[in-house]
Design a protein around this ligand. Sequence first.
Ligand code: HPA
Length: 269
Amino acid sequence: MTEAAIAIIGGTGVGRFPLDEGPESVTVTTPWGDALAGVGRLRGRRVVFLARHGAGHRLPPHRIPYRANIAALRMLNVRAVLATTAVGSLRTDLVPGDFVLLNDFIDFTRYDRGGTFFDEPGQVVHTDFSDPYSPQVRNTALAAAETLGIALRPRGTYLCADGPRFESPAEVRLFAAWGADVVGMTGIPEATLAREAGLHYAGVSLVTNPGVGLSEVPVAHSAVEAVMAAMGPRLQSLLTETAAQLDVDALPPIGPGVPLPGLSEARWG
Ligand code: HPA
């Protein structure tokens, strides 16, 4: 059976990830379309890297093949996922350059992004989200941050908006009033599909800008990319250390435990 792996999903500003061996590019054909990934080794571990926005940041948030990406990871025998997201802050005490380890989310996506693997009659699967992000991967990320002396906020609620536009000031006030801490455009349905597929998933957000209306300056994608570039090396070392410390073979089962329709168990090994 193929060795179990950890995957890194790189968001805006993390289009590449240096591994110790590889990555070797693979195109994985899934019932939900093709996904492009790189497979290699990092600190002795089998690691899969997937650039969420595709090669050269081509895909806008609502065009990302979320189901194909997660199904492909499952088919590559990935057990745990560490995902990065660039986010706007909804609170004045979260500032550009801050790292937040997510522990909860609000799904405010309203257009169909392919939010479930179980969407046919006869496949009624209700997945538990009482602990929305993997506690084991979160704890490992916290331990890795401590090892490296990187400040990582241990909790944060992520609100996923559709984009690709940025929010209005009233939306930012609403999201903050709902209890969200950061806003982004890509964290859902990635996290929810991962849970449906039985993958442990944790999200590390990097605050790139104050939410619209919290500062005088309008948000620009170039500013988001500039903060990502400045903080990239720290983010990369945090992900590398987390991958090195995580024992994927010791992770308990997670998710509904239902095979993904169209994929046989045998192909997941
Ligand atoms: N809003 C939504 N997504 C984002 C933002 C934002 O302010 N910054 C980076 N990604």
